[in-house]
Design a protein. Structure first.
Length: 239
């Protein structure tokens, strides 16, 4: 079973919703002409597409980041959706009113370059894969983080190692020796996980993720991961 990518999931969600909506129209449950249906639904596509670009921009592994495109599409889509539900009045002819966003985006870009030059960033990259790196318990928080653990390249202490990671977006890759017991406990609103060939892809509020090897409770040498993210992409392989 292949893992569902963020873009494919958002596109699939949109088409499922559109299909159900059009089906209700054809069955006479909802009275709306096809053109009206398209006019009603296209803002949701803009909103989802913008959200996709923003999520990809937050992922450290993504080289091409579309912050500007994602922000503009998301804001325009959100305003149009609010208009469809009569919360505000906003149409395509009102897009010109958003021109001040140009200054906001320029300022964010300059601020990001300043933070980078000062050695500070909300996006952090962690690599624990060099030969003989020191394995010890840790507790770390990052807004957006990319962790790369390779426990096959070093010596593991004869004790329980507890690794607590939390933040908003996490992209975590772990390589473990085949004979090393481990346990994973965590939660995420958007979760895509592959743990020792077991897959879990869910979206919603506070989805839990739990996995434990059969020999975990009887082992002295073992590793425990506690993960708490809003968006989590996790992969654990044993070699």
């Amino acid at each position: 079973m292949k893992r569902i990518q963020t873009g494919r999931f958002l596109a699939a969600t949109f088409f499922v919703g559109l299909g159900i909506f059009l089906l209700l129209i054809n069955l006479g449950i909802i009275s709306m002409e096809m053109t009206e249906a398209i006019v009603f639904f296209y803002p949701f596509l803009l909103l989802l597409l913008g959200g996709k670009y923003l999520l990809e921009a937050l992922m450290p592994s993504m080289k091409r980041k579309k912050w500007t495109t994602g922000t503009l599409l998301f804001i325009i889509g959100l305003l149009l959706v609010l208009d469809r539900f009569h919360v505000i009045e906003f149409g395509l002819w009102s897009i010109w009113k958003l021109w001040p966003l140009i200054f906001v985006l320029i300022g964010i870009k300059i601020l990001g370059q300043f933070r980078k030059s000062q050695g500070f960033s909300l996006v952090r990259d962690h690599s624990y894969n060099k030969p003989n790196w020191t394995v010890r318990s840790m507790n770390d928080w990052s807004f957006v983080c990319d962790y790369d653990f390779d426990f096959s390249t070093t010596l593991i202490p004869e004790e329980e190692v507890v690794i607590k990671l939390s933040g908003f977006v996490g992209d975590i890759n772990v390589i473990l020796p085949e004979d090393l017991p481990f346990r994973i406990d965590g939660s995420a609103h958007v979760l895509s996980a592959t743990i020792d060939k077991h897959n879990q892809d869910t979206v919603g509020k506070g989805h839990a993720i739990t996995y434990e090897t059969d020999d975990f409770n009887d082992a002295l040498q073992r590793i425990v991961f506690y993960l708490d993210f809003s968006v989590l992409d996790l992969r654990v392989d044993r070699i």
